[in-house]
Design a protein around this ligand. Structure first.
Ligand SMILES: O=C(CO)[C@@H](O)[C@H](O)COP(=O)(O)O
Ligand SMILES: [Fe+2]
Length: 215
């Protein structure tokens, strides 16, 4: 039921090939790839080149989390490189609705991500057309941060709207997820758990199995 998305930000890049094989043998269904521009978020990391390298080594769903200002500049390259789900932060573009439509035209899934400081009200009009709503449970930019418990109410509010309106999006959480916080998120309504440090700083198989069993 719960989809686990190991975040490659915390992977060992020099052992990535082996780590991808370990993940493939686990219940994880997604690989989460963070894309950061050093502008919208302070950090700079992966880009479309990395996505295409990972694509060549896995058939898992590539869940691309695009933390950049003006996502139109990178979304299409990431899609072309083999990203499957393209999730951007709606306040980073003037035309979030159009961008979702353009992602769909490419046959890809579109997601919107909510920074912890951003309420859902301003972007509720996108809910009927998105495939994924990502509730950030840390401020975006870095792995290894502490889960913000206040976000549980936001997850529950998104879940309530989803149920009341029969929307079909997945509810993803990202940041500080471990077995305990993951359980809190699932109880609040999340069904996709991104986890970086918890997966890669522990035994990968065991950590993913723990998260995938939450209900
Ligand atoms: O998007 C981000 C950070 O901005 C994440 O996807 C991190 O990679 C999560 O790392 P952990 O908090 O699980 O260590
Ligand atoms: Fe992420």
């Amino acid at each position: 039921m719960v989809i686990v998305a190991p975040s490659l930000l915390s992977s060992d890049l020099f052992a990535l090939s082996d780590q991808l094989k370990t993940i493939k043998a686990s219940p994880a269904q997604y690989l989460h790839v963070d894309i950061m521009d050093g502008h919208y978020v302070p950090n700079i990391n992966f880009g479309d080149k990395f996505v295409s390298e990972v694509r060549a080594h896995t058939d898992l769903t590539l869940d691309c989390h695009i933390m950049v200002q003006d996502p139109e500049q990178v979304v299409f390259d990431v899609a072309k490189a083999g990203g499957d789900i393209l999730t951007f932060h709606p306040e980073t573009t003037q035309h979030a609705y159009r961008l979702i439509e353009e992602i769909h035209k490419l046959g890809k899934k579109a997601g919107i991500a909510f920074d912890p400081a951003l309420g859902i009200a301003a972007y509720e009009d996108l809910f009927p057309i998105v495939d994924q709503v990502l509730v950030m449970t840390v401020s975006p930019g870095f792995g290894g941060q502490t889960f913000i418990e206040n976000m549980l109410g936001k997850i529950a509010a998104v879940k309530k709207l989803q149920q009341e309106n029969n929307y079909h999006f997945d509810i993803e959480v990202d940041g500080g997820i471990n077995a305990q916080t993951g359980q809190q998120c699932v109880t609040s309504g999340a069904n996709v758990l991104v986890a970086g440090s918890f997966v890669f700083k522990n035994d990968i198989q065991t950590a993913i199995a723990q998260l995938s069993q939450l209900q």
